[in-house]
Design a protein around this ligand. Structure first.
Ligand code: SF4
Length: 408
């Protein structure tokens, strides 16, 4: 297809299109290469580009800039998935875009599993056949209004190998591109036939290991898909030098720090990557995030029976947070059992005792409602059912194999 455009010889616009354009976004500058020689051709994705970038792209293709506004409308309002379905655009422009390697950036759903409570997990099959997991969580509030939360992945797999996590056990393959994050939200909207109201970066992967793409996706979700910054939560287990950087953008979003232990030695056992980021340093960086953004920090704490769920641990956690200062909340997550895990789910009694130990020390805490337990609820679990082997580069054969197995 690329050859077709090169052979068509569209003089001035083509020469202009050979130049790359640079735009400033929330996170960094983004280069939008328009057209290249066929031998250098890479697939480019429209999803994730801003209105300004789409206008510039239209100009680069010799079109009027209002075509960029139309592109924007088609991508983010009409949510059209294929360039050839952009029927308002001239056929020539659509063909030129495709021939130059441009795609919308929407991928097929490989599998969807819905639990009795409506929580739905999707496996999205990416362009390179890798599978990424995303979850839609519908909630009816007491006042009758409804929310739809999309729990999105930022990486295919995860390199951090937290000991309780199905994703960590499944290995790491690659970072997601920004459009591959955005398309997860659109896939959830399409499935539920409802707008996504909240986004949490709590799916597969460590968002701070893929900060550039995560922030580009964040910009698009906020500015183009119109999800308020306060409705977006970014979670991290802690990667040195990233929380401060994130704070510098002064986003109005909650930082969710995956703590899981009230002291360094226990944390290292649960979260091996904690060895390179001491607890006092991570707590200080979280403090800076709060001071920069004035947004409360949510400390996530997975309760593992007999490991970190005693009243003694709760008291230690309360002391740690008092020392940390105002502006925190604790989100307790009773562990969802996963295949092959050494950990067990805590009893209701121990969860209640943990909460009261925190509350009696004036630490606000909530217990995350277990949702979709019957639909492979834990992060990374669904994908692992389809891909038993770690997703290391060159593992496409294993993936194809698992699809064959699925089909049979
Ligand atoms: S809990 Fe998060 S950071 Fe840890 S291994 Fe799982 S996906 Fe990675």
């Amino acid at each position: 297809m690329a050859m077709g455009l090169l052979q068509s010889g569209c003089s001035v616009s083509f020469a202009r299109a050979l130049r790359s354009r640079t735009f400033t976004t929330i996170s960094s500058t983004v280069t939008v290469p328009s057209l290249k020689k066929a031998s250098q051709m890479e697939t480019r994705f429209l999803l994730g580009l801003s209105e300004e970038q789409l206008q510039q792209l239209s100009l680069d293709f010799g079109q009027k800039s209002f075509r960029g506004k139309q592109l924007y409308h088609l991508l983010y309002k009409r949510k059209v998935k294929e360039i050839q379905e952009f029927s308002q655009l001239p056929l020539e422009f659509r063909n030129d875009l495709e021939e130059a390697g441009w795609r919308v950036g929407r991928s097929p759903i490989h599998k969807a599993v819905t639990a009795a409570d409506g929580t739905t997990k999707l496996l999205i099959k990416l362009e390179d056949n890798r599978l990424v997991e995303t979850v839609g969580i519908p909630v009816k509030d007491n006042d009758g209004s409804s929310r739809l939360t999309a729990c999105v992945s930022s990486q295919v797999g995860c390199p951090l190998r937290c000991s309780f996590c199905a994703t960590g056990k499944g290995g790491f393959s690659r970072n997601l591109k920004s459009h591959e994050i955005v398309e997860q939200v659109l896939a959830i909207e399409e499935l539920f036939k409802q707008r996504v109201t909240n986004v949490v970066f709590m799916g597969m992967g460590e968002p701070m290991l893929n900060m550039k793409e995560v922030l580009e996706a964040y910009r698009c979700l906020n500015k183009d898909i119109l999800i308020g910054q306060r409705m977006i939560t970014i979670s991290t287990v802690g990667v040195p030098n990233t929380i401060k950087k994130l704070a510098s953008y002064k986003l109005q979003s909650t930082l969710a720090l995956s703590l899981h232990a009230p002291n360094q030695s226990l944390r290292e056992k649960i979260v091996p990557s904690a060895k390179s980021y001491p607890l006092n340093a991570i707590m200080k960086d979280c403090r800076d995030y709060f001071l920069e953004t004035r947004r409360r920090v949510s400390f996530e704490y997975t309760l593992l029976a007999g490991v970190n769920d005693s009243v003694k641990h709760a008291i230690e956690l309360a002391e740690l947070l008092h020392e940390w200062g105002r502006g925190h909340h604790v989100n307790l997550i009773p562990f969802n059992p996963i295949d092959g895990s050494e950990y067990k789910r805590p009893s209701k009694k121990s969860v209640i005792a943990f909460v009261s130990a925190l509350e009696s020390r004036k630490v606000t805490a909530s217990v995350r409602q277990t949702r979709g337990l019957d639909a492979s609820a834990a992060c990374g679990q669904l994908r692992n059912e389809f891909q038993k082997s770690p997703l290391l580069s060159g593992s496409i054969d294993q993936e194809s194999h698992s699809e064959v197995a699925l089909a049979s």
